[in-house]
Design a protein around this ligand. Structure first.
Ligand SMILES: Cc1cc2nc3c(=O)[nH]c(=O)nc-3n(C[C@H](O)[C@H](O)[C@H](O)COP(=O)(O)O)c2cc1C
Length: 204
């Protein structure tokens, strides 16, 4: 059974990234009968920030953890299992101060686990979350896919780096950009993103 992991991170009721990502996940599901969508609304249900207990616990084998440490990694274990089970991952975020929403960063901090989603080898780190396709829906006030502001887009290079570290390199970004350049520009950007979603779904 194919599993689509949908991660939305905007806290805004009027979010422009969330509905596009939700639509993409639903379309992919309807194109693949029998597939399931596992949704994490990271803004409505924020994940725990990693803390002292967690960072200590993940360095120990499961059987050596105290009850308190085991409890501290429980959510992270669930998130890792969801990630490893997914064939397709749809992630949405706004560009927030040139990077991703912090709710999404917390998800990353919870799933980057040595021994589970990556491992260290003699020839360096190796990602273990392989064989997945990722779609990133990125909404932004400015234009960052190209042009003078592209160097300020830390969201896409960051996601590519960290997902790549986990073994995921097949990543497409759907930009919903230039939203601050007036209603016409915003409408054009939203239409372009919706068209791309349609194309992806038809090809799925
Ligand atoms: C706190 C905050 C910081 C933002 N920072 C940026 C930014 O650095 N660059 C940019 O182009 N837009 C920025 N924006 C605009 C958002 O990227 C835009 O509103 C986008 O639609 C947010 O995604 P969402 O609609 O899914 O919440 C910012 C918006 C907020 C609320």
């Amino acid at each position: 059974m194919s599993s689509i992991l949908l991660l939305t991170s905007s806290p805004r009721a009027e979010s422009l990234s969330t509905p596009i990502a939700v639509d993409l996940a639903e379309k992919l599901k309807s194109q693949n009968p029998g597939s399931v969508v596992v949704r994490r609304d990271l803004a409505a249900n924020p994940l725990p920030h990693i803390d002292d207990l967690f960072t200590g616990a993940i360095r120990k084998p499961a059987e050596a953890r105290t009850a308190e440490e085991a409890a501290a990694v429980e959510t992270s274990d669930e998130l890792v299992n969801e990630l490893l089970a997914a064939d397709t991952i749809v992630i949405s975020t706004g560009l927030i101060n040139f990077n991703i929403y912090s709710s999404l960063k917390t998800w990353i901090d919870n799933v980057a686990r040595a021994g589970l989603t990556f491992k260290y080898t003699e020839s360096g780190p190796v990602g273990l979350a392989t064989g997945k396709k990722v779609y990133v829906v990125l909404a932004s006030g400015g234009v960052y896919s190209q042009g003078p502001a592209a160097a300020l887009n830390h969201a896409v290079p960051y996601l590519k780096s960290v997902l790549g570290f986990l073994g995921i390199s097949d990543i497409e970004t759907i930009y919903v950009e230039g939203l601050a350049f007036g209603p016409e520009a915003a409408e054009k950007a939203i239409d372009a993103a919706k068209s791309r979603v349609q194309e992806i779904a038809l090809a799925a």
